[in-house]
Design a protein around this ligand. Sequence first.
Ligand SMILES: [Zn+2]
Length: 500
Amino acid sequence: MSTDKLVDFDEVLSRYEPVIGLETHVELGTASKMFCGCSTTFGAEPNTQTCPVCLGLPGALPVANAAAIEATIRIGLALGCRIATWCRFARKNYFYPDIPKGFQTSQYDEPLCTAGHLDVEVDGETYRVEIERVHLEEDTGKNLHVGGSTGRIHGADHSLIDYNRAGIPLVEIVTRPIPGAGAKAPEVARAYVDELREIVRTLGVSDVKMEQGSLRCDVNLSIAPIGSLEWGTRSETKNVNSLRSVERAVRYEMRRQAAVLDEGGRVVQETRHFHEDSGSTSSGRSKEEATDYRYFPEPDLVPIAPDEEWVEKLAAALPELPAARRARLSEEWGISPTEMAWVVNAGAVDLVGDTVAAGASPADARKWWLGELARRANDAGVELADLAVTPAQVAELVALVAAGTINDQLARQTLDGVLAGEGDPAQVVEARGLAVMGESDELVAAVDAAIEGNPDVAEKVRAGKVQAIGALVGAVMKATRGKADAATVKRMLEERLSQG
Ligand SMILES: [Zn+2]
């Protein structure tokens, strides 16, 4: 669908240096909206969660939500920001049907939090992302354009507006421009949003579901010839709704802008839309300047003046943040940062942690979650955490293997049963008869049968070709459908064959 000319990614890097910038909106999980008492529950019937304040009716007066201010300060503190001792809300004036007041109540030159940073790691290298500001504002309503093919206003017969979202507290986190990432720019952008999401999740102030829009990202990107003293003109790709899309949007814009500059053209400062299906962006509207919004201080709200002692208390009560937690766990589990990165990338930090807490060794817990279970999640196309097996069940499985009740192969069959909802591992082992066979009559018979059925192999072993015994072990394992213990079988075979 895109007609943009694109330069090969590696070629872009041979001539240009990218600069990324990220603006992330986080919808806070407060019970009520930013300036009124309306509910914020997701998925309610359209326009059932509204009142004169969030509909912008004349004479209605807003009151700021204290829980939202506290949540914003906590995000700022987690990002190492300076917290303002006094700041105001401002009116950002523009007319859109989804913004019933004719302005958005936001913060302009007096943000609540400033000058923080977030370190992200990509391929073992740390990139420091400077945070310019964290401010508080309100979300807009939602337009639904009906009748067009793409859901956009062009070609639609009519539009519907749902104001349930209008006035939900929104925190905007803005980075300073991030130069110097070079070829890693797409990954650094993704890693930043990922780490920020983990922090916000750890703070418990939002459910940060990108697919439901409670975390949305605008990706700013510019490129300039290598060695240039000035940065290029940036494009702003709006509402990029998954981590993968963040990475793709950066990559696409680098390639597109390089083609524009190669032809002697100029990159236009504009907002662009990202298309999930093709991974491309398309032109939106030319970007407004701050002056277009005629910002002025909101006269209907008192200034916010967070008490210093309160801020100190909030800082002291912050939970252990993801980076510190990863460092602590990798030490406790005795693994390298690289190995820890694998656990993180698999989305298995909590799963492994809970499995260890349930009694498994860190090595066993990692082995199962990153091996067999990761493979099954991948086959089923689901997240690891969504598999129908709990960390406690994995710990139980590990204990059954350690006790010799089952071996690894039987453990995989046991997992089949657990995932099929047949109960805990011990119950599945019992119900499916999966326990390893002892030196029972049945096993003795299977060993004898293997020798009788393969006389030539048995003769070789007797003649001293010890490695040939593998074929006999395999025959016994096959006959017992993997329920025998291979080491025991080998020992029994050796005893039998040495008797002549
Ligand atoms: Zn309301």
